[in-house]
Ligand binder design. Sequence first.
Ligand code: 0RA
Length: 668
Amino acid sequence: MKKTTTAPAPSPAASGRYTADKLTVLEGLRPVRVRPGMYIGDTDSRGMHHLLWEIIDNAVDEAANGYADRITVTVCEDQSFVVTDNGRGMPADIHPDKKISGVELIFTQLHAGGKFDDKSYRISGGLHGVGASVVNALSEWLEAEVCRDGHVYRAAFYCKEDEDGTLIPGAVKRKLHSCGKTDRHGTTVRFKPDRRVFSTVRPDSHVIAQKMRELAFLNAGVTFVFTDERRPPEEREQVFCYRGGLSDFIRYNNSGKTPLYPDPILIDGAADGISVQIAMQHTDAYTESIVSYVNNIRTVEGGTHETGFKLALTKVLNMAAREAGVLKDKDENFAGEDFREGMSAVILIKMRDAQFEGQTKAKLGNVSVRAAVETVAGEQLSRFVQNIRHADIVKAILEKAKTARSVREATKKANTIARQKNSLEISSLVGKFAASIGRDAAKNEMFIVEGDSAGGSAKQARDRRFQAILPLRGKPLNSEKRRLDQILANEEIRSIITALGCGIGEEFQLQNLRYHQVIILADADQDGAHIRALLLTFFYRYMRPLISEGHVYIGMPPLYRVAKKTGGEVRFAYTDEACDEATREMGGSRSVVISRYKGLGEMNPSLLWETTMDPAHRTLIRVGIDDVAEAERLVTVLMGDNSEVRREYIIQNADFARVDAFADKIGL
Ligand code: 0RA
């Protein structure tokens, strides 16, 4: 990446200023123009925004070093950018060797360092940190304004076109000059990405606002103002400033979830020259969410800083669990993941010479970071958990870990059982399960039927070549509150896992699915609604691809039988409206007999086949996940502790007449 420039250093007297400047610029920035991808990754929209990040990062550095507390970014109507900070101002004095101002040096020399690089370490890094000169090289024009020592200074650069058509990127148009007095201090950089370099030069205000919000979280107390002058005046400006920094970041990420304790836990320290800041908080959710940064750069693939944090968390909490008597045996431990279920954390470390590796160069590789983070996090976490005032928080975390552990163990057990049984053994595993004869998974259907009597009818009615029946006894699944691990202990649920053949949880393998249509057949009453909800919850949690790939259906038994008094015509209606319509079409209520089905159990096998199971005549609703968040909420409502909300939900969705409302809620 690093290019050495071989600019000849002619004596100023011999060559004159213009030539020297030109030579320096020519040799200095041309490589950037020739191979922009080497410096900024891509020349698409991402690369174009990269220029902006680079300039913003310089301002953020100034803020991180304590010299600035306000950074503004403006997108102008002509799609150029303005970035200002109220820091010290870029150096305006003349460099003793190079004989040009600090500002010119910064914008015209690749990797300008030395005298003007007074920072103990550059906080930006990775792909960023390529330097302001790269931005200059890839811009149509760039202007810098520096306010310091009572003066306003300006310099201007542009992509110059020689008489012979050669481009000289980042050429000095106007050297740094004083142009007035001021009592302000800070730096303003205006620039316009060059259309000749980028496939698009249209700034994306959503992307920029997102980035600025993130930087505002990572730099507590610094005010970020984003203005998009292309927008109508009233929606132009967005201001981001978070006094709480990482704590506010966690609160923001956890909004919509229920935290197990009100305030995020904070870690802030340094070891081995590495600064470590972490905020974390547990919620009642099931997934863990750790986001990490190195020098304000997101490390999507994690790395040694995340590993160090996880090690410390696991160690400290296992110790706390032992002290609290939650762990009795000396060798008994929670798995790290048990402590991270439902946990949100943000990790921010600052260090010199960050090494990025991995597929997308978004993984921190420096080995020494692991121990540094483990030390800082370990010390501060153990002080936290030992503090008597935090007893309730520790208790909540350990409770959550206990649940996570039992679910994990139940999952493992269920997977083991499922693995041990082959398809021939399935029918003997649970005597009630009637497998299909056919082996074509794509054609195979499994009906999960509520109740033994309906199950019996379904077995008689089915086409055994491709239809399997699993009767579910209503009772064991019928209790109001059931934790997922208890669901897994249920015999029928286990036989579903075994029969489907694709495991659950992390071991789930959709390609092993033996029945591509999984049809839930339950009554149109409260119990039926509850069974549907429990099964969907189970599939959602443990076999999500089954739902997202469209393998789960809800079977619809008819609600009414409408028979003509003369002539023997009979129709089945699945909703109240359909019943009215059938009645009308068959000559009105005087000429028909309407009977309402109370449950699957009262249908004889042939009726069940005809109305509900025969692919040619039945009605099925395919369950999908259009809106995962809503599905998640549904699952929370159904599985959570708030039985009030749950009861209300179940009653609301108790009958098939309202199947649409139900379908809406789960994103059918
Ligand atoms: C090096 C030295 C000094 C200031 C800066 C860099 C600086 C760079 C940027 C880029 C955007 N905003 C900036 N603000 C400051 C000055 C050192 C001194 O004053 O002694």
